[in-house]
Design a binder for this molecule. Structure first.
Ligand code: IPD
Ligand code: CA
Ligand code: CA
Length: 275
């Protein structure tokens, strides 16, 4: 497992990042097996349109065991298990074991494992692993961003007319920001080369970092959706900012990520009022 993890990482990767990659590979392996047996999975609905399967929970347990064995005093904030408060210098893992559950359950090959290490509210390392495509995105603070060990940077696009922009629109019972999202789409659609809604926030952020998307915004996500990706975008030379200056992204889950050059123009098109 160690060698396999190293193969996906830059030569500069710390031991911590290696451990994160190992955890992601272990969870990814289990999730790939589960994706072959979708009919046998127990699935429950947390709220309308928000699903969790036994594969989500198993993957989080695998990552928890792997990382907490190494650092039992670190805190834990995961989507599917109980929070643990840090007992060591504010260090804590923030984990989404399966981002894109709806895609996964529908057999759509676009989902990922997302693992971040934070000190308090500051990201130190982030890793996003897409087992279907064999892509591992990662970053450590001050050390650049990488895809399968190769440095990545955000796009150089400066024209909105050539920009490919991603978002997530609320689904099911999450209607609070539905009018805002529809307004955003109406304003941005005619300005861009295209809008995408692919259903895995972690990959949307990773794709901004890799220059595949020029910008991406969303509202009301969980901290585990954005924790790894926000650092990867910044380390790839991009810009990541809360939609509301007085509400940090880890609490509001509302943000804009971009290549920097298009940040202001995309932001100007968004409805920035909060409810
Ligand atoms: C979801 C995905 C999706 C976003 C949702 C998230 P999950 O995460 O990231 O793209 O629009 O709001 O909840 O539930 O699949 O981990
Ligand atoms: Ca998620
Ligand atoms: Ca999830």
């Amino acid at each position: 497992m160690k060698d396999n993890a190293r193969r996906h990482l830059p030569a500069t990767a710390s031991k911590t990042l290696c451990a994160m990659a190992e955890g992601a590979l272990l969870a990814g392996h289990d999730l790939m097996a589960a994706s072959e047996q979708l009919k046998g999975l127990t699935v429950t609905e947390k709220t309308a349109g928000d699903f969790v399967s036994e594969a989500d929970v198993r993957a989080e347990n695998v990552i928890f065991d792997h990382l907490m064995r190494r650092h039992p005093r670190y805190g834990w904030l995961g989507e599917e298990t109980a929070e643990r408060i840090s007992q060591e210098d504010g260090l804590r893992w923030i984990v989404d074991p399966l981002d894109g559950t709806t895609n996964f359950l529908k057999g759509l090959p676009h989902w990922a494992v997302s693992i971040a290490l934070f000190r308090g509210n500051d990201p130190l390392a982030g890793l996003i692993y897409d087992p279907v495509k064999g892509e591992m995105f990662c970053a450590e603070k001050g050390a650049g961003a990488y895809l399968n060990g190769r440095a990545i940077t955000v796009s150089k696009a400066v024209q909105m007319s050539a920009a490919l922009v991603a978002s997530g629109i609320p689904a099911g019972g999450r209607t609070t920001y539905l009018p805002h999202s529809l307004e955003d789409l109406e304003r941005l659609m005619p300005q861009t080369a295209g809008l995408r809604r692919w259903g895995a926030a972690a990959l949307d952020l990773a794709y901004v970092a890799a220059g595949r998307f020029d910008a991406y915004w969303e509202r009301n996500l969980g901290p585990w959706d954005v924790a790894a990706g926000m650092l990867i975008v910044e380390e790839a030379g991009g810009q990541f900012s809360p939609l509301w200056a007085d509400r940090p992204v880890l609490t509001s889950g509302s943000f804009l990520a971009s290549n920097g050059a298009l940040h202001d123009v995309v932001e100007a098109a968004l409805n920035l009022k909060h409810v």
